[in-house]
Ligand binder design. Sequence first.
Ligand SMILES: NC(=O)c1ccc[n+]([C@@H]2O[C@H](COP(=O)([O-])OP(=O)(O)OC[C@H]3O[C@@H](n4cnc5c(N)ncnc54)[C@H](O)[C@@H]3O)[C@@H](O)[C@H]2O)c1
Length: 258
Amino acid sequence: MTGRVAGKKAFITGAAQGLGQAAAQALAAEGAKVTLADINHDGVKAAAAAINAEHGEGTAFALPLDVTREDQWIYALEEADAAMGGISVLLNNAGVSRGGDIEQLSYEDWKFVMSVNVDSVFLGTKHALKYMRHAQPGSIINISSIAGLIAAHNSPAYNASKAAVWLLSKGIALHCAKQGLDIRSNSIHPTFVDTPILDPLRQRFGKEEAESKLARQVPLGRIGAPSDIANAVLYLASDESRFMTGAELKLDGGISAM
Ligand SMILES: NC(=O)c1ccc[n+]([C@@H]2O[C@H](COP(=O)([O-])OP(=O)(O)OC[C@H]3O[C@@H](n4cnc5c(N)ncnc54)[C@H](O)[C@@H]3O)[C@@H](O)[C@H]2O)c1
């Protein structure tokens, strides 16, 4: 087997579409086995089948998972460990957003966003380490956002949840290091990327206007492509990043440099 992540076994949440699906495809193309987990079970079954059609049966597996449910995490990780023969990479990617400023946002929406974006990383990491310690070197990759480092007036839950993921990633890195584990933990902070997460905005302003509105906020003058983020995942999943832990990769087209 060849490839930058040959022999790696990756568990990916939110892999039915968007960044999770793109990361699964990129990891499989570079030699990893991948388990695609999502609340959208039909979606991950289709995405895994497409990967297997390209790279051979037994490359990709699909599992149902609501990342807010501890019982489902325990089941899914056990299944993935058995299917892939271990887990060496955990990509905590599933995430949601809800609009509304601090006065408008409902408490239900606040709790929903915090639960999907933050509880997921806590639960997934807590239960995956049991398997990952037997498949070192390992890598935990958490998809935060540039919105976890820079606030907006109308995204209190999304900002707070992604900031929590940022620091949680560092705490996990230090825990693993202190335990003497060769398991790293880092966060990725994208700005706007062309995935279905942008659909509400596209519906509101029309596709072209929505995307150019976003692109105008980015010094590079465009929104990101899913492959831009998948390439960073590849680097963090591979042993090329063996000395990188507790760090953040900002993939924001220059926004945070301003
Ligand atoms: N696309 C962007 O502009 C952008 C920018 C910065 C950060 N991000 C982050 O990247 C990650 C992926 O975003 P995306 O753009 O691919 O989004 P997306 O909406 O296209 O995909 C998200 C996936 O997560 C799944 N999901 C949602 N709730 C879940 C749950 N409870 N359990 C399991 N799966 C669940 C969905 O079914 C979907 O397949 C998210 O964490 C998002 O916050 C995205």
